[in-house]
Design a protein around this ligand. Structure first.
Ligand SMILES: C[S@@+](CC[C@H](N)C(=O)[O-])C[C@H]1O[C@@H](n2cnc3c(N)ncnc32)[C@H](O)[C@@H]1O
Length: 243
């Protein structure tokens, strides 16, 4: 929670040399977004005022370096975008990708819609909703997420959205290896796949951004309805099920 309006209207620090290198020709858009976060973002309680001095390193660059994991033309859904991290950052620096910002809270989607219009990002769509509500409806190559949920729950929301060969890219903290080790069994039960931890942005952001990547190796198909889940015993349950 943020209490004060005194910090609203703050300006972010000037972009560092690393920011210039990471954003390149998209630096003016990144700057405009940083200004929006520092001003409206703080005023509306979407980010805390203490984040303003560290907007570039901790938020924009930390998210931007994930772009190296996205191939040309990738379709991406960012779950729980909040004020646009990492999805809006990735969308503004990669006009070749198609980005859906999926966020349930209205005041956040209002901010995101305004940011997309202000930054003129035709490749970015804002969608209001929860990830689990779009299972069976939205399919994508990549799901990104930062600070949304512990890995098992996040995987439960994200993996049904992925096409075969697609990946969840979860931005995690330094303890990512331990989190993955603890969750791997549960995650693999959700859908067959391979998981690893990678660090991106070395030399550009300190610490480098840690990403837990879960790549699914099977077709998803429609998710089971609540009624058909975990029914075991007897052969009748399979009747009429089409694949
Ligand atoms: C702590 S915020 C993180 C926001 C942003 N990703 C960031 O790193 O600053 C978590 C966000 O996840 C959203 N969220 C929570 N449950 C969700 C769900 N089931 N599906 C999609 N988004 C969800 C919340 O509304 C909130 O905006």
């Amino acid at each position: 929670m943020t209490s004060g309006t005194e910090e609203a209207g703050a300006v972010p620090p000037a972009p560092s040399a690393a920011a210039e290198e990471v954003f390149g020709e998209f630096l003016p858009k990144a700057r405009r977004y940083a200004e929006l976060l520092a001003d409206d973002g703080v005023r509306r309680g979407l980010i805390g005022p203490r984040e303003v001095p560290r907007l570039w390193e901790r938020h924009l660059i930390n998210c931007a370096v994930v772009e190296e994991l996205l191939p040309e033309g990738a379709e991406v859904v960012d779950i729980g975008s909040g004020a646009g991290l990492p999805g809006l950052v990735l969308g503004l620096m990669r006009p070749d990708i198609r980005m859906v910002l999926l966020e349930p809270l209205l005041r956040r989607t209002v901010f995101l819609d305004e940011a997309v219009a202000l930054l003129d990002l035709p490749n970015v769509e804002v969608r209001r909703g929860r990830a689990e509500e779009v299972h069976g409806e939205l399919f994508t190559d990549f799901v990104t997420a930062r600070a949304v949920a512990p890995l098992p729950r996040l995987a439960g929301w994200a993996l049904p959205l992925l096409r075969k060969g697609g990946s969840l890219l979860a931005l995690k903290g330094e303890q990512a290896e331990a989190e993955l080790a603890a969750a791997e069994k549960d995650v693999s039960k959700l859908r067959p796949g391979v998981s690893d931890v990678i660090r991106v942005g070395r030399g550009k952001v300190e610490p480098a951004t840690t990403v837990v990547r879960v790549t699914v190796t099977s077709d998803g198909g429609p998710p089971p309805s609540a009624g058909s889940q975990k029914k075991t015993g007897g052969g009748k349950k399979k009747r009429g099920r089409k694949r």
